[in-house]
Structures are given as C-alpha cells and as structure tokens.
Design a binder for this molecule. Structure first.
Ligand code: ZN
Length: 267
C-alpha cells in the first residue's frame, strides 16, 4: 500500500516517529508521501524524505495560510522542489469551512479571505505547472470554486493531481475525473454507517485507475481507531473499506491504488 497523504513531521509524532514508520512498513505500507501545509512543514517534509528511503515529500501552503503566499515563499517552495524526493506541490486549494475563525486577523483586514485563498491557490498551481509536478488539492466546502479555477487550466494538459480526502457529491466527483484528476479517500469513509450514503456511490463510480488511499495522519483515524492519533499503518482500513464497497479483493485494491500513486507521482 501507499499512504498518499501523511503529516509525519507534525509534533504529534515527535516522541515515536521512528516506531510509527517501522509499524507502517510492518503493515505493508511500502511508500508514504509526507505533505507540506506551510513553508515550515514543507521544509519538514523534505527533511523527513531525505532521512527515509520510503518517504517522499510534497511542498505547498494550505489555504489556511493563504495570506503568507508571496513571491519570497513561492521562491522557497521552488527551491525545495529541486530536491529529488519532492514529488508534488501540495497541499493547496480552498477551505471555506469556518473561514473567519481560521484565517489570521491580518488576512481578514487586508483582503477578502476567499479571494486571498483563490489567489494563493492559483499561484501554486502555476508553480506546479512551471515545475511539471502534480498537485495535491485540499478542498473543503469549496468544490465549485476549486473546479472553476482548475477549469481555467483545462485546455492545458499539464495540471495533473489528486483531490485528497474527497467527501463531495457524485456530481463534483465526475467533474474532477473529467479534468483527469484522481480522487483519494481517508479513514473518514469508515465513519459512515448508511450503506446508501452518497460517498459510497462516489466510491462505486470512481474508475479503479483513478482511486487512491491515504491517512491524513495524525487526523481522521479510521474505525477501529477513531478519535485516536492516526498513523500510516492504518491506511489498510481505508483500503479494506473501499475494497468492500467496490466488491474487489483487498489484494487487487492494494495493487491498483499503489499503481495509481506510482503513476501520478512517478515514484
Ligand atoms: Zn493534510
């Protein structure tokens, strides 16, 4: 398996990072993509990728930190991306959930927070295009606007990527797929009890060659670890759930999702 979205550089892993990575190996997680969400965590992701063969890095600034994305930060990301272990720009995107509470006071005073996020997203999409790297998209309560921005690149085949922690509707899923993007799912899919829930319809409809698995650890631990710290070893619970919904074997699920991640990130 490949955990395509982890934050192992976070302080939650300071006490036992080595053990967590060993447990992932023992559970059959062959590769991990550690995703940056700020300039500091992008550096952290690269440092971690340099210390472990099986860890790769993505560099980027999360929409919560949109107000920090200026030319200097973009240049820092550009420099970090020269490292061979950097395989994507991310996580980047739009997050309109609790937008006023999450953005810094300065950002709210100087600009419309949504416009600020859009411009930071666009700048980093252009960076990905320039560097010929795929993107890892974070999208919360903002599917329409994310798609509108991605559509402005639609004539240009050079934007490739994945929408991580997908939780949108079938309609939105279809639009991402039409743009050639992959969809990735976290342990959040194990929380839904209703078998007719829309998220399971989405999973049924995503072609096997467009699906990926991730933990987003330390967040979103799947059942049976819900509420505790998540870690890459638990990505198997996500794979199990998707295999069950798609009615394929765990082995096949493991194989296709790994092939997809290897294809997109060239790892
Ligand atoms: Zn994340």
């Amino acid at each position: 398996m490949i955990d395509t979205h982890a934050h192992l550089d976070f302080k939650e892993f300071d006490e036992d990072r080595k053990k967590v990575i060993r447990r992932a190996c023992e559970a059959g997680v062959k590769k991990i993509i550690n995703v940056g969400c700020s300039p500091e965590h992008s550096q952290g992701a690269v440092d971690l990728a340099q210390s472990y063969d099986q860890i790769y890095a993505a560099v980027g600034v999360h929409p919560h930190d949109a107000s920090r994305v200026n030319n200097e930060i973009l240049n820092d990301l550009r420099k970090l991306a020269q490292n061979k272990k950097v395989v994507a720009i991310g996580e980047i995107g739009l997050d309109y959930y609790r937008i006023d509470a999450d953005l810094t006071l300065t950002a709210r005073i100087h600009a419309d927070p949504k416009e600020l996020q859009k411009s930071s997203f666009l700048k980093q999409l252009n960076l990905a295009k320039e560097l010929k790297l795929p993107v890892i998209i974070h999208c919360r309560d903002a599917y329409g606007d994310v798609l509108e921005i991605l559509n402005s690149f639609s004539g240009d085949k050079s934007i490739l990527g994945v929408t991580h922690c997908f939780s949108g509707s079938r309609k939105f899923a279809k639009q991402f797929l039409n743009l050639g993007l992959y969809l990735s799912f976290t342990g959040a899919i194990t929380y839904t009890k209703n078998p007719d829930a829309e998220i399971f319809q989405v999973i049924k409809e995503v072609p096997l060659d467009k699906i990926m698995i991730e933990t987003d650890c330390p967040y979103l631990a799947p059942i049976p670890h819900r509420g505790k710290r998540n870690e890459p070893a638990y990505v198997k619970f996500v794979a199990e759930k998707i295999a069950e919904v798609k009615e394929i074997t765990f082995k096949d699920m493991e194989k296709v999702t790994s092939e997809n991640a290897e294809r997109l990130f060239k790892i």
